[in-house]
Design a protein around this ligand. Structure first.
Ligand SMILES: [Zn+2]
Ligand SMILES: [Zn+2]
Length: 302
């Protein structure tokens, strides 16, 4: 019995030592890539603002996730077998919404450096009565239960070779219980996410078009970041900042900060020069001029 106990203690000790070694090894490996250090040193990223009442971080007090912590969390990553980003649409879209969706797919491909594939569109008649509601206090504002869409509609259709699969709907979403709505929802481990453009504005209105495009691009890339296991960012003003409202997310940039870029690179291994050159072209073609200038500053920092 005594021997057994000692053997067990030895095994535990070995386990602890191996644990420490593997932690240290992962930490040693988790060095920010040179391009991320260079853009960080260029000082072109704003600090994370002091949270005010009503802001996401003021309400949620989320912890920081360093690059090393991200690597140690064994995040979802693209692999040879799982290398496509799939987009699944649900329900009807206007012509302008379709245009914004096409641009979002183009942008996702550049932003993540992964080929985007579209799945056959789904009719929203697939959503049963129990997963729909009229938003309390309104007459006809329909919402879909995002949890139902994730679990019952998207997950069973997840292609085996998907790095991630994103569902896009023009109907508003709510995550259940006493929540009013949500912009989107993504799983950290299951490679799926759902997002709605219902609250992004009216793209038929020329005055709003660029804002609607910018919001949709940010939402799509932000949710995809969660699907690669990235937590909200509290280091800089960054695409991965959490947001409580449209007003708050409108203050947040499209681009990720150096720490989140390092995580992104770990997840999908993009080429930084190709990425920012293509991003700059995309921004210029679509009238996103502050973003085009920012991409140029990132290229100059290399
Ligand atoms: Zn988020
Ligand atoms: Zn960040």
């Amino acid at each position: 019995m005594k021997e057994k106990f000692s053997a067990l203690r030895f095994l535990l000790a070995v386990g602890l030592v191996l644990g420490l070694v593997s932690d240290t090894f992962a930490q040693r490996k988790a060095v920010m890539p040179a391009f991320a250090k260079k853009v960080q040193a260029a000082g072109i990223y704003d600090d994370f603002p002091e949270p005010k009442p009503g802001d996401w971080q003021f309400e949620q007090r989320e912890p920081d996730q360093s690059f090393s912590q991200y690597v140690q969390s064994q995040p979802v990553r693209a692999t040879k077998q799982r290398k496509f980003l799939y987009v699944q649409t649900l329900g009807e879209f206007t012509e302008k919404q379709e245009e914004i969706l096409d641009k979002t797919c183009e942008y996702l491909e550049i932003f993540y450096g992964l080929e985007v594939r579209r799945l056959k569109p789904l009719s929203d008649s697939i959503v049963p009565k129990k997963a729909r509601r009229i938003l309390p206090g309104t007459v006809d504002h329909v919402q879909f239960n995002v949890m139902y869409l994730m679990e019952k509609v998207l997950y069973p259709r997840l292609p085996e070779n998907a790095a991630a699969c994103l569902m896009f709907t023009s109907t508003d979403l709510w995550p259940g219980n006493d929540w009013n709505f949500c912009f989107g929802y993504a799983a950290y481990r299951y490679r799926i996410g759902v997002w709605s453009i219902a609250r992004n504005g009216d793209p038929e209105d020329e005055q709003q078009y660029t804002d609607v495009l910018r919001r949709t691009l940010r939402l799509a890339t932000h949710e995809t970041g969660h699907m690669f296991s990235m937590l909200h960012c509290i280091r800089h003003r960054c695409n991965m900042n959490g947001s409580n409202s449209l007003e708050e997310s409108d203050t947040q940039p499209l681009e990720m900060c150096p720490v989140c870029l390092a995580k992104l690179h770990y997840a999908v291994k993009f080429n930084f020069r190709k990425r920012w050159t293509e991003l700059q072209e995309f921004y210029e073609e679509n009238g996103l001029l502050p973003e085009a200038e920012f991409a140029e500053a990132c290229l100059e920092a290399q």
